[in-house]
Design a protein around this ligand. Structure first.
Ligand SMILES: Nc1ncnc2c1ncn2[C@@H]1O[C@H](COP(=O)(O)OP(=O)(O)OP(=O)(O)O)[C@@H](O)[C@H]1O
Ligand SMILES: [Mg+2]
Length: 362
């Protein structure tokens, strides 16, 4: 199969392992060559520099295999180690015992466990795409940090990560000595996204089990430190990422985002139903793009009126807020400066959401 798919697994895995010689990740140090998937075997070459000791190579290889496994690769792995100066001369590899196939297929259920130091986990979700989940998640996270809480924002959208843009953070993340990934920081919060691991112009191709592996890693293998709350920006729908979240950790509560029109509400409610069926408390509904205030002082409802309120009433959960459709919200998102940083207009509405959510979580 394609080298592209092999790279989609190897790049994030090799990004998390540090080369002790250059101090860079194995990926950026260019030590991974010839990624390939053949049947269910992932193969690649780990190129060794002359100064790498046998121990270095053993440690790099092991950490790499662990990360490939952690990302959800279920097939076998063939990792050859080859000295950089003698490329193509595999028979003379100086490190014996490194050429054999490594991991075997594995599986098993995801073990549920708390994230040490993280007091609460809140999922921002909707069965519907494009309704403003990432906008609400980002502004809520930054808004809670403005109140003094220690906050993390986890981007569980593996196919379409938004957090790097919405916070204007980019660049690779690295693992520390304990193999925990160090999240980025921006606007007073810690943030983790698949966008910090893969090139944002490349199409991201993940198999279902890999989505589950990555979400699990973001929860359990990131050095979140002490957090009052971890906000999770969920992808649209009710798929692998949602299921993994529910299986891997106890979610303190879910916030459902919808826009006012019926077609959106019907989809959004599917997300609400899913959390309810899985015994996750629903903190409430945010109706986004609820109205628009015009310069002449009048208010219009471009997407209809009251869908969020009706859904909240039907499911007997609070309507947390009605957020206006406002250019400043989109501009803030695109510029990586969440509108909640301003205590005016839509920014103030998001500050109020942060207060209401904080009350609900106390
Ligand atoms: N209240 C608002 N006013 C104006 N623009 C908004 C508002 N809420 C969201 N947007 C804009 O709408 C677009 C979609 O929002 P966002 O990415 O948050 O949705 P999403 O539900 O996370 O989408 P996806 O399902 O693709 O993850 C973004 O460009 C965002 O800036
Ligand atoms: Mg989103």
């Amino acid at each position: 199969m394609s080298a592209g798919e092999a790279q989609a697994i190897l790049e994030p895995a090799a990004t998390r392992v540090r080369d002790p010689l250059s101090g860079r990740s194995l990926w950026l140090a260019g030590l991974i060559k010839d990624p390939k998937i053949d049947g269910d075997t992932l193969s690649f070459t780990l190129t060794a520099q002359p100064k790498h000791s046998t121990d270095d190579l053993g440690r790099m290889r092991e950490a790499l295999l662990r990360n490939i496994e952690g990302l959800g690769w279920k097939g076998s792995v063939q990792c050859s180690v080859r000295p950089a100066l003698a490329q193509g001369d595999a028979d003379k590899a100086p490190v014996r015992g490194m050429e054999a196939g490594g991991m075997q297929p594995h599986g098993g259920p995801i073990a549920k466990g708390p994230i040490p130091g993280v007091k609460r986990i809140v999922a921002v979700a909707s069965g519907k795409g494009g309704v403003g989940k990432s906008t609400v998640a980002t502004n809520l996270a930054v808004g809670l940090a403005l109140t003094g809480w220690k906050v993390g924002l986890m981007d569980a959208d593996i196919y379409g990560p938004s957090v790097p843009t919405m916070l204007k953070v980019s660049g690779r993340v690295y693992a520390n000595a304990d193999q925990k990934i160090l999240p980025h920081e921006a606007h007073g919060i810690k943030a983790m996204s698949i966008g910090f691991m893969v090139d944002d112009k490349e199409p991201i191709i993940w198999r279902g089990p890999m989505v589950m592996g990555i979400v699990k890693q973001f929860l359990q293998d990131v050095d979140w430190g002490e957090l009052d709350v971890l906000i999770v920006d969920m992808p649209p729908g009710t798929g692998d990422a949602q299921l993994t979240m529910v299986q891997a950790v106890d979610i303190t509560g879910a916030i459902i985002v919808t826009t006012p029109q019926d077609v959106a509400v019907i989809d959004a409610v599917r997300g609400l139903e899913m959390f309810r069926k899985l015994d996750v408390p629903v903190l409430g509904v945010v109706e986004n793009m609820a109205y628009m205030d015009l310069p002449d002082g009048s208010r219009i409802h471009p997407f209809g009126q009251g869908g969020g309120r009706r859904a909240a009433e039907e499911y007997q959960v609070p309507l947390l807020s009605e957020v206006p459709l406002d250019g400043s919200v989109r501009e803030g998102g695109d510029a990586g400066r969440p509108v909640v940083l301003d205590d005016t207009g839509a920014g103030r509405v998001f500050r109020e959401i942060a207060d209401v959510v904080q009350q609900a979580l106390r």
